[in-house]
Design a protein around this ligand. Structure first.
Ligand code: RB5
Length: 145
């Protein structure tokens, strides 16, 4: 599985924690920054990840900002993206099973690194259930047209 990851300045610390986790888990990832702690605009960092997940170049994406809200709103503007803002393990599992989310968003100012790591592990290891959820995903896609 290939993961694309980015954040804004408000998510830099948590992004580094998550990249360390991905390295430990031997999961391939590409970091789309930012590389400094300067203030940046989260849509500029949602874009490279969302575009590459939507195109299929990457299987999944992880986005982090202060709250996770702005960067998830921006990512969901891209066709084919189902970005879920998650701050608990139950939702991490549910959004994979039911929504087939392809990007996970989190807020560094909302949760600590320990919980964020558990969320990432759960989200990466849970499969889409399909079945009755398939047609709901299809209906989301139809809303994009
Ligand atoms: C940046 O200060 C902050 O607004 C951003 O990280 C995020 O929380 C926006 O939704």
């Amino acid at each position: 599985m290939k993961i694309a990851i980015s954040s804004d300045h408000g998510g830099n610390n948590l992004r580094r924690e998550i990249m360390n986790l991905l390295t430990e888990l031997n999961i391939e990832f590409t970091d789309f920054g930012p590389q400094t702690n300067d203030s940046v605009d989260y849509p500029d960092y949602a874009k490279p990840v969302a575009e590459r997940v939507a195109s299929g170049e990457f299987d999944r994406g992880i986005l982090i900002c202060g709250t996770g809200i702005g960067i998830s709103i921006a990512a969901n503007k891209f066709k084919g993206i189902r970005c879920a803002l998650v701050h608990d393990v139950f939702s991490a599992k549910a959004t994979r099973c039911h929504n087939d989310s392809n990007i996970l968003a989190m807020g560094e100012r909302v949760i600590g690194p320990g919980l964020a790591q558990e969320i990432v592990k759960t989200w990466l290891n849970t499969d889409f259930e399909g079945g009755r959820h398939e047609k709901r995903i299809q209906k989301i896609a139809e809303l994009e047209n």
